[in-house]
Design a binder for this molecule. Structure first.
Ligand code: ADP
Ligand code: MG
Length: 575
């Protein structure tokens, strides 16, 4: 919690204002019973109407002042807390934005979402409470005791009995409640996870008839959370009546003993009334403190979870002194590259060396899991390599800024991802200032124009969340258009033609070839027909290069390649 307090800095002024106002409010509330005692003892008893009006007016003023302070304090505390929440959320969001893929794998997407939303809200709520009570509770407690003592010392003994009872109750309840609050946060996380899996996996769940199973799973998580919430609420519900009993018994005791002292002439009626009120204030301050003791552990769970995200620093950082690329545009070179995923025993790719030049098409082929996606993820520096060098335009990717590196690259991932928005917005994602003609042209080359124009609103048709209203092949073509509109130096296609039929695949590649004559092309594919005429084919097998060369050469020299070709093409096609 302390660590997060650095984000309170911009809100210092409203916070100090709130603290000051609450202080004034507490003073006003502490002053009121004394004024009342004055009226009773010096006005009512002597029948001095003028005095009653005078002090009564003062009482009204003090009460009104206290109320105004309270209202303004509420306003600013809400404002400061909401601003703090907003700042924290945006800081967290941009921090997560710097993560490399490794950190996402580690923390988990679902948990990152809960941390950015629910956990921050939790802290925000506690902040509002803290701002109001942090000053109020100790002020009312200490001030109340001083004032009560000044009214009557003997009667304070009543408090010496009832306060310990109250404190013990609070401690007992807090000790039971705090672990429950902590458990609740974890259970909420679990519920979120189950819900998220259910919503994103709805098609699979339906098709495998697992609806009932998933319902049961959700109900279990929901029931678990509910049970804990009920326990917590029962406990909190028990707290109120216990406190009221203690409070009321204290009142009875004060009136009882106060009555005796008044009839003995040791005390005045007004003083007893004031004493009663101070007793209430003192006890309520304990109630406030107890609420803080319950809320703070709850928020600290959230704070720890948020700090965890902040303390995770991205593996991949920009160099402090970035160099600028030297060689010709679009050249990519791997020199003896070895890379393993964190925690993996074996390297995913090892000893990879090859070179790609502008105007050339390089293709990568190999079985599933042979490391194709891994290899191309190293070019935009999604991961850092262990040994060797990856050079783009003659500069090591670790020596140039990530932005300038990725600017050069048009990346079409294996899993086509679209964003909510129109088709033209999605294509323009590749280049914000692309003209309508550019967007149209890119769609044309990607062979997407036909289905776009068949859609009701053409380029302005809206893509649903996750791109569920277009087919897999349409998604692939849109994400190819997105890369094309960028006109990058290096194109990377990760198995991006897999969902296209042979005819569209061939048409697309022909159009691409004409369009990208001066760019470097890297195509990962499963189909031999897609890559047969590439300038250079890299055959990957178990993360190592099994062969490199043109189709003809590889047919003669590389057994792995021949096997792949044999399994896909008929005799005459091979010849
Ligand atoms: P391909 O694209 O050729 O099908 P990949 O490059 O995706 O293969 O995977 C190569 C190997 O790396 C596989 O054995 C896979 O299990 C492993 N791998 C892929 N992604 C990750 C990851 N994020 N974390 C750990 N291991 C991974
Ligand atoms: Mg792959």
């Amino acid at each position: 919690m302390i660590k997060l307090s650095r984000f309170l800095k911009p809100f210092q002024i409203p916070i100090y204002l709130v603290l000051g106002l609450v202080l004034l409010q507490s003073l006003a509330e502490l002053y009121l019973p004394t004024l009342m005692a004055d009226i009773v003892d010096n006005g009512v008893v002597t029948g001095d109407t003028h005095y009653i009006w005078k002090i009564g007016g003062l009482m009204l003023l003090v009460a009104a002042g206290g109320m105004i302070c309270s209202i303004v304090a509420s306003f600013y505390s809400a404002k400061a807390a909401a601003g703090f929440g907003k700042l924290l959320r945006s800081k967290l969001f941009s921090h997560v934005g710097n993560f490399s893929l490794y950190e996402f794998d580690k923390l988990g997407t679902a948990s990152l979402i809960t941390r950015t939303t629910n956990d921050i809200t939790q802290i925000q709520q506690v902040l509002v409470m803290m701002l109001r009570m942090m000053v109020m509770a100790p002020m009312m407690c200490i001030g109340g005791i001083i004032m009560a003592l000044s009214k009557d010392t003997k009667l304070t003994l009543v408090l010496a009995v009832s306060l310990p009872v109250l404190v013990i109750t609070i401690i007992v309840i807090a000790r039971k409640g705090i672990p429950l609050f902590k458990a609740m946060q974890v259970k909420l996380d679990k519920l979120n996870r189950v819900l998220r899996e259910n919503l994103t996996g709805i098609r699979v769940i339906r098709s495998f008839n697992r609806v009932n199973h998933e319902k049961k799973r959700f109900n279990e998580a929901n029931w678990d959370l509910t049970q804990t919430a009920i326990k917590v609420n029962k406990l909190m519900a028990a707290m109120m009546p216990i406190m009221m009993i203690v409070l009321n018994l204290t009142t009875v005791a004060i009136v009882w003993f106060g009555g005796i002292r008044i009839s003995n002439g040791h005390m005045e009626v007004g003083d007893m009334m004031a004493f009663l009120q101070y007793a209430m204030q003192i006890m309520f301050s304990f109630v406030m403190l107890s609420m803080m003791f319950v809320m703070i552990p709850r928020a600290s769970v959230s704070a720890v979870r948020i700090n965890e995200v902040f303390e995770t620093v991205a593996d991949i950082q920009d160099p402090s002194e970035p160099v600028s690329a030297k060689a010709k545009k679009g050249q990519v070179e791997f020199q003896n590259v070895t890379f393993s995923y964190p925690g993996a025993e074996m390297p995913a790719i090892s000893n990879i060396s090859f070179k790609m030049n502008p105007g050339e098409v390089t293709a990568i082929i190999g079985g599933t899991g042979s490391g194709k996606s891994t290899l191309i993820n190293l070019i935009p520096r999604f991961y850092d390599i262990e040994s060797g060098r990856v050079l783009v335009d003659g500069a090591d990717v670790r020596e140039i800024t990530q932005e300038s590196l990725r600017e050069k690259i048009g990346f079409v991932p294996q899993q086509a991802v679209l964003f909510t928005g129109t088709i033209s917005e999605n294509i323009r994602y590749g280049k914000e200032d692309a003209s309508d003609a550019d967007v149209h042209h890119a769609a044309e080359i990607a062979q997407a124009i036909e289905f776009i124009e068949n859609m009701p609103a053409g380029f302005n048709s809206v893509i649903a969340q996750g791109g569920t209203n277009v087919s897999g092949g349409q998604k692939q073509r849109l994400s190819i258009a997105r890369a094309l509109v960028r006109k990058p130096e290096v194109y990377i296609f990760d198995d991006s033609f897999s969902a296209l039929d042979f005819k569209t695949d061939a048409k697309l590649r022909a159009a691409l070839k004409a369009e990208t004559t001066s760019s470097t092309m890297l195509i990962v594919a499963q189909r031999v027909s897609t890559i047969m005429d590439a300038d250079q084919i890299i055959v990957l097998d178990n993360g190592e290069i099994a062969g490199i060369g043109r189709h003809k050469e590889l047919m003669e020299t590389c057994a792995v390649y021949r096997e792949i070709v044999m399994s896909q093409l008929s005799e005459e096609e091979i010849a």
